[in-house]
Design a protein around this ligand. Structure first.
Ligand SMILES: [Zn+2]
Ligand SMILES: [Zn+2]
Length: 137
């Protein structure tokens, strides 16, 4: 039986479903994730777009990520909840947020990125590989 993950925004107007395990999942400590979430970090999961189904309306914000790349950040126009993001460098990827999962306990973070931007009150997990910037490179 294939694995499936699903999630929704706060009001439920936007829903996502993804088949199979995430291609990557971790925490982002970048300044933009901090401002968007109001928290020290954002827990995220990435999938190939072909394994993802989206329902409902979103609005989007064309952001320039902390590493200088473009990223389209979609959110629910009704409740303002984060919906998903599409990195300009990887337009075939859809990034979702662990807090929107229908079963949030299924999030299994593997790493932390932008750990150099972590705030003192929410440091990177000591048990996970932590990259100072956008990734291992
Ligand atoms: Zn909503
Ligand atoms: Zn971030």
């Amino acid at each position: 039986m294939p694995d499936r993950l699903y999630g929704s925004c706060l009001c439920g107007q936007f829903r996502w479903t993804a088949e199979g395990a995430p291609d990557f999942q971790g925490f982002c400590h970048c300044d933009h994730c901090r401002r968007l979430s109001g928290a020290g970090r954002t827990p995220f999961l990435g999938f190939e777009a072909g394994r993802v189904r989206l329902e409902g309306q979103t609005a989007s914000y064309a952001d320039t990520a902390q590493n200088g790349g473009s990223i389209a950040r979609h959110f629910c126009p009704s409740c303002g909840g984060r919906a998903y993001a599409i990195p300009g460098s990887a337009p075939g990827v859809r990034i979702f947020y662990a807090g929107t999962l229908g079963a949030p306990e299924r999030f299994r973070p593997d790493f932390a990125i932008h750990a150099a931007s972590a705030v003192e009150w929410d440091p990177a997990e000591p048990a996970l590989p932590a990259y100072p910037g956008a990734g291992p490179d």
